[in-house]
Ligand binder design. Structure first.
Ligand code: PAF
Length: 285
């Protein structure tokens, strides 16, 4: 499997495959790949003739004081894993290829509303950075289908909305979260956890799972949210937000909404963990 850096080389390969009538799947990543990413590549194999992955640690989606410099970069190991998993091509551009005019001169893509809530409230500008780079990568690769993990549930909805609003000709496929045996959602940022913190981290998924049971039994949304916040604090995590929202647009839950998602974000040492669980609940009386 080749690793290419230049846009011209990407275009040449992708154009050749498309001219031969082949369907292209795309898996955008920031590298430091784990089984969550590799599952996206495996799923992609079943949906297309060719799979293209990208690795680009996108500076535009990191805020001041966030972990851009510390973000783990393991390019050679990632290349090997992608090859073993059946990826056909790795596009790993440097920042000047993606942002030739620099970050400040870059045209941006903003999905209003969805980008400013939850993780977007804690990380202002984050989803503009995500939408902008994903839109650019879609235009560079021109895939038929692109795959994203459901662990970043809000990101997945932002991307779906962007594709719809801008009429981008790409199908978006969300893939269920891949978990460690103790339930912790796989994430490149789990590497920031000390052994003691790693032992505490599964509390996030555990409390979301308990919340799911409560919602299925008809317990009120506010009470469920309060219980999760208290459980996280008791387990040594510092909650950022815990909220139950409508699954399709992350809007507030009305009494008769049954398809909901409970989303949580919590700080643990240097890491900020996020996770979510989709629930079909009993409507409130
Ligand atoms: O989920 C990620 O790794 C990133 O946000 C993405 C989608 C590759 C954009 O940089």
């Amino acid at each position: 499997m080749d690793r290419i850096e230049r846009l011209e080389d990407l275009r040449a390969r992708a154009t050749g495959w498309r001219a031969a009538g082949e369907r292209l799947a795309f898996v955008p990543t920031m590298g430091n790949l784990h089984q969550g990413h590799l599952t996206l590549v495996r799923e992609a194999r079943g949906l297309a003739d060719r799979v293209i992955a990208s690795i680009f640690v996108n500076p535009l989606q990191f805020g001041a004081g966030e972990d851009l410099d510390a973000y783990p970069r393991t390019l050679e190991q990632d290349r090997r894993l992608l090859e073993e998993t059946g990826c056909d091509l790795l596009f790993a551009p440097v920042a000047s290829v993606v942002y030739p005019r620099g970050q400040s001169g870059q045209t941006r893509v903003e999905v209003p509303g969805l980008s400013e809530i939850l993780c977007g409230a804690t990380r202002p500008g984050h989803f503009v950075g995500v939408a902008t780079v994903v839109c650019k990568l879609f235009n560079m690769v021109q895939p038929d289908v692109a795959l994203f993990g459901e662990k970043d549930f809000q990101q997945l909805l932002v991307i779906r909305r962007m594709v719809e609003d801008l009429n981008l000709p790409v199908e978006i496929v969300g893939v269920p979260t891949v978990r460690e045996p103790d339930g912790l959602a796989m994430s490149s940022r789990n590497g920031y956890l000390s052994p003691d913190e790693r032992a505490l981290a599964p509390a996030l998924y555990r409390s979301l799972t308990q919340a799911g049971q409560s919602l299925r039994q008809g317990v009120a949304v506010e009470e469920v949210e309060r219980t999760v916040v208290a459980a996280l604090r008791e387990s040594g995590l510092t909650p950022d937000y815990v909220t139950v929202r409508r699954t399709d647009d992350l809007g507030p839950v009305a009494d008769d909404d049954v398809n909901v998602v409970i989303l949580g974000a919590a700080y643990l040492g240097r890491a900020r963990l996020i996770d979510n669980l989709k629930v079909t609940r009993i409507a409130e009386a």
